[in-house]
Design a protein around this ligand. Structure first.
Ligand SMILES: [Zn+2]
Length: 243
């Protein structure tokens, strides 16, 4: 069985539907909706900027492997660096999965999801960390996210919502992560452990760190770290961009 174009998009292996702007890539309708959200944010005193948008399978693989190898820091829920050497293989994987997806299972593969911050709240040379403290009510990006919460609640978020709105015991509550519901849902519904296994088999990149452990526990890891997400609000799902 080989992968369809849609499945390859789902897995971060197909980039034809993406449009680049300012060093980031998203699907064209997502750019249009994001412009509306950015304009509304600007009127409210925020400068909504992208920290990260589309990420390929290959890029996610590099992040995954670097974290497992200790070449990139892995943080716990208190923003402290975790010493992976003190943990078992399964514990290491769970720690990484709290903030980073398995290659092929990131919502950033779809061109519909992005991480944001408020450039008006920090100096130009500030290095965005995407930490829990930054988006906390007392953090620099807290006000932007409170404003966004209100927009989402009243159905005026131009199709965007928070898949990681709260901690469900899998991925941490990532307030910086937004998803464009109308385009993201078909990918979410098509994602499965089975398709992910196929990607790992067919991927030309190889070299997936902790492959054996992942393979042996994939169904339960997939349930906990991929499927446990918020449902999009009805009005975000039905959002139609202005013609
Ligand atoms: Zn994200």
């Amino acid at each position: 069985m080989s992968l369809s174009v849609f499945q390859r998009q789902l897995l971060g292996l197909h980039e034809n539907a993406l449009q680049a702007r300012g060093g980031h890539r998203l699907q064209a309708p997502v750019w249009a909706a994001l412009q509306c959200l950015t304009d509304a944010a600007f009127e409210a005193g925020f400068r909504l900027k992208i920290a990260s948008a589309y990420r390929s399978y290959e890029r996610q693989l590099a992040i995954w492997n670097a974290k497992l190898a200790g070449q990139r820091p892995v943080f716990d829920d208190d923003d402290q660096v975790v010493d992976l050497a003190t943990l078992s293989d399964v514990e290491c994987i769970r720690c990484v999965l709290r903030f980073s997806a398995m290659p092929g299972a990131s919502r950033h593969h779809w061109g519909t999801d992005l991480d944001i911050f408020d450039a008006a709240a920090v100096d130009d040379d500030y290095r965005v960390q995407l930490s829990l403290a930054e988006v906390d009510a007392a953090g620099p990006f807290g006000p932007l996210h409170e404003w966004l919460d209100e927009r989402i609640a009243v159905g005026e978020s131009f199709g965007f919502y928070r898949p990681y709105d709260k901690d469900r015991g899998g991925v941490a509550a990532e307030r910086w992560h937004l998803s464009y519901a109308p385009l993201a849902m078909p990918y979410e519904q098509a994602s499965s452990a089975e398709v992910l296994r196929l990607a790992w088999l067919e991927s030309e990149y190889g070299g997936l760190g902790a492959r054996e452990v992942l393979d042996s526990q994939l169904e339960s890891l997939f349930e906990r770290f991929v499927l446990r997400v918020a449902e999009p609000p009805e009005n975000a799902l039905k959002y139609l961009p202005p013609a």
